[in-house]
Write a protein that binds this ligand. Structure first.
Ligand code: AMP
Ligand code: MG
Length: 415
C-alpha cells in the first residue's frame, strides 16, 4: 500500500532524521565547499592600519586650506613609502610623503592627494583644492572591527569565505566532516559506459550522474557499480554499502514491477521507510529509509526522476548532515515562457532553462520532458515547479523556479 505524501512533507520527514556529522579541522586549501563549524570572528581590524587607497601623496589636510586654481599650495616631498613599508618621519607643515596604494599612512598625515590631483614642482608638487581630514584614507577597521562576527557557523565555504579566512590567518579551520555516499545502480538491463549496446540493454547513466551531483557538492563518493535485479545479490551490496557509508543512493527498483526489490531490501535491513510515494512528477516512487542515523535513498531508475529526486531529497539531507543551515536549492520567480496545459494531481518539476528575456527572467521547459528523459537534464539549468491542481499553466504565469548547481543554498524550501 503506497500513499502519496506532499513533497514538502517528504522533505520534512527526511530533515527530521538528519544527524549532524562530527567536526574536524581542514587545511584552508581544502576548505572550499566545506561547512564552517565555527563562526568567523574578526581576529583583528581590517584594514589593520590606516592605509592609502591610491598612489599619491600623504599630507596634513590643514596645510591644504585655501588651495585653489589661482592660489596653489606647494608641498615638499620628504620621502617615499611603498606598500609593505612604513615612513619613519612625521609629516610636518607643508611636507608630504610620496605613498603607494596599500601603504601605511605616516604619522602626522591625515589625507591622501592622488597623483592626478597634483602638478609637479622642483621640490615636490602643488595642489589646487583643499582636503579634509580623513580624505582618501582607508581607515583601520572600516571593513571589519576586531571582534566582529562576520560569518556564522553553518555556512558553506566559497572563494570569498576563503579570502576572509586567509585574511585572519586561519591556516586550518573547523568544519563538519564530509559524508561518504555509496552509489549502486540496479537493473539487469544496465551496461557499463564503455560497453557496446546490446538488444534490450542500456548504458547506466544514473550512476555517473549521481556521482557528478555529489561531486558538485564536494561529497566523496563510493562506487558500488551496478547490480542485476536479483534480491540476494542486491541485498548483499546494499548491506555492505550502508555499513561503509553515511548514506547509500540506489537507482531503480523502487517501483511496483516484478523485479523492484528495494522495498524488500529495506525490510530485510530493518530500515524504517520514511515514505515510499511522493505526490510529484517525475519520481513519485521515490523511497527514502533511515537506518541508525544513515539514509537509504531509493531513487527511481528513470533518469529525470532520479536527477530530480537527488536534488530534492538527497541534497538537503547531505548538506544538513554537513551542518549547512541553507541546504535547499535557491529559488526565485520567473515568467513561464510557454503554455503547460496538462493539469496534474501531482506537483510537477520540469527540467528547464532560465534566462533574461528583455528586462525579466523567463523559464522554459528544456525539451522532451517525460520522467525517462535524459536530454532535458543535460539542457536544463533549473527546475520549474508547478503545484498540483486542476488547471494547466499559461505562458506569462509567474512560477517558482529552483536553481540548479548553485554553490550557495536557501534556508527555506520553496513550497
Ligand atoms: P526502474 O526504476 O528500475 O523501474 O527503471 C525505470 C526506467 O529507468 C527503466 O526504463 C530503466 O531501464 C531505466 N533505468 C534504470 N536504471 C537506469 C540507469 N542506471 N541509467 C539509465 N536508465 C536507467
Ligand atoms: Mg529496474
Amino acid at each position: 500500500m503506497r500513499t502519496p505524501i506532499p513533497v514538502a512533507e517528504a522533505i520534512g520527514r527526511i530533515m527530521q532524521q538528519v544527524r549532524p556529522l562530527e567536526t574536524e579541522e581542514a587545511a584552508l586549501e581544502e576548505a572550499l565547499g566545506r561547512v564552517l563549524a565555527e563562526p568567523i570572528v574578526a581576529r583583528h581590524s581590517v584594514p589593520p592600519f590606516d592605509r592609502s587607497p591610491y598612489d599619491g601623496y600623504a599630507i596634513r589636510a590643514e596645510d591644504s586650506e585655501g588651495a585653489s586654481g589661482s592660489a596653489r599650495i606647494p608641498f615638499t616631498v620628504i620621502g617615499e613609502i611603498g606598500a609593505g613599508h612604513v615612513g619613519e618621519k612625521t609629516v610636518g607643515r607643508g611636507e608630504a610623503y610620496r605613498i603607494m596604494t596599500g601603504a601605511k599612512i605616516p604619522d602626522g598625515a591625515d589625507a591622501v592627494v592622488m597623483f592626478e590631483q597634483t602638478a609637479e614642482t622642483d621640490s615636490g608638487f602643488s595642489i589646487r583644492k583643499p582636503f579634509t581630514a580623513g580624505e582618501n584614507i582607508s581607515c583601520k577597521g572600516e571593513d571589519a572591527a576586531e571582534g566582529d562576527l562576520l560569518i556564522e557557523a553553518g555556512t558553506r565555504i566559497h572563494p570569498g569565505t576563503v579570502a576572509l579566512l586567509a585574511t585572519f590567518g586561519y591556516a586550518r579551520v573547523s568544519v563538519s566532516r564530509l559524508p561518504v555516499v555509496g552509489i549502486l545502480a540496479t537493473g539487469t538491463e544496465l551496461l557499463g559506459v564503455e560497453d557496446e549496446l546490446q538488444p534490450g540493454k542500456i548504458r547506466n547513466s544514473n550512476g555517473p550522474m549521481i556521482a557528478a551531483q555529489l561531486g558538485r557538492l564536494g561529497v566523496p563518493v563510493r562506487l558500488y557499480g551496478t547490480s542485476a535485479d536479483d534480491l540476494p545479490a542486491c541485498t548483499a551490496i546494499v548491506k555492505e554499502a550502508i555499513t561503509e557509508c553515511d548514506a547509500v543512493i540506489t537507482t531503480g527498483g523502487v517501483s511496483v514491477g516484478d523485479y523492484d526489490y528495494l522495498p524488500a531490501i529495506y525490510d530485510q535491513l530493518g530500515a524504517s521507510v520514511l515514505f515510499n510515494k511522493v505526490a510529484m512528477r517525475p519520481g513519485s516512487v521515490t523511497t527514502v529509509a533511515a537506518l541508525d542515523g544513515k539514509f537509504l535513498f531509493g531513487l527511481s531508475g528513470n533518469p529525470s526522476a532520479c536527477f530530480t529526486g537527488f536534488e530534492l531529497f538527497a541534497r538537503p539531507a547531505l548538506l544538513s548532515m554537513m551542518g549547512d543551515r541553507a541546504p535547499y536549492m535557491p529559488h526565485f520567480k520567473a515568467e513561464l515562457a510557454e503554455d503547460f496545459t496538462k493539469p496534474n494531481p501531482f506537483t510537477r518539476f520540469i527540467r528547464s532553462v532560465w534566462q533574461m528575456t528583455g528586462d525579466k527572467i523567463t523559464a522554459a521547459p528544456a525539451g522532451f520532458n517525460k520522467s525517462n528523459a535524459v536530454s532535458s537534464i543535460a539542457r536544463g539549468n533549473c527546475l520549474i515547479v508547478l503545484p498540483s491542481g486542476t488547471r494547466g499553466y499559461a505562458a506569462g504565469d509567474s512560477v517558482d523556479v529552483l536553481l540548479l548547481g548553485s554553490e550557495q543554498g536557501a534556508k527555506d524550501w520553496v513550497l
